[in-house]
Design a protein around this ligand. Structure first.
Ligand SMILES: [Mg+2]
Length: 132
């Protein structure tokens, strides 16, 4: 079987009885809040070990963030791979036709004149989101 995070997390949700939706859907507020808290907990664990490590702990917590993020997308019925592809498409427009990127003093890549913002609403509509 595929080992993409989306497939693995779906397998986990089905195995343990967690929600799994196939169309972008508004979900009950308590469930949405619970998913947000789970992700915040994992993000805080990344922050704890980002500098001090050790590296295996950082890798573990990074994977937890991605796993929970995919799970949250699944609970909301969002195909997160498609959203990531759209974010990637947009990010790549930060690279100019000459292959150069504009950077802030701290190194952050800036949006150049060819930048195109991601259209996440369009991605969700293609997945069947009716509330756009
Ligand atoms: Mg963790």
């Amino acid at each position: 079987m595929s080992s993409s995070p989306a497939d693995l997390v779906r397998q986990f949700h089905l195995a343990v009885g967690l929600d799994a939706r196939s169309t972008p859907t508004e979900i009950p507020a308590p469930l949405a809040a619970h998913r947000g808290e789970l992700l915040a907990e994992e993000a805080a664990e990344v922050a704890e070990v980002s500098v001090s490590g050790p590296l295996d702990k950082l890798a573990h917590e990074l994977a937890d963030v991605v796993y929970v993020a995919y799970g949250t997308a699944l609970v909301h019925g969002i195909d997160l791979d498609a959203v990531i592809a759209e974010i990637h498409r947009s990010n790549m427009t930060k690279v100019g036709p000459d292959g150069q990127v504009a950077r802030r003093a701290d190194g952050k890549v800036l949006k150049g004149e060819h930048y195109e913002a991601p259209d996440v609403s369009a991605v969700l509509r293609r997945q069947g989101w009716a509330d756009a």
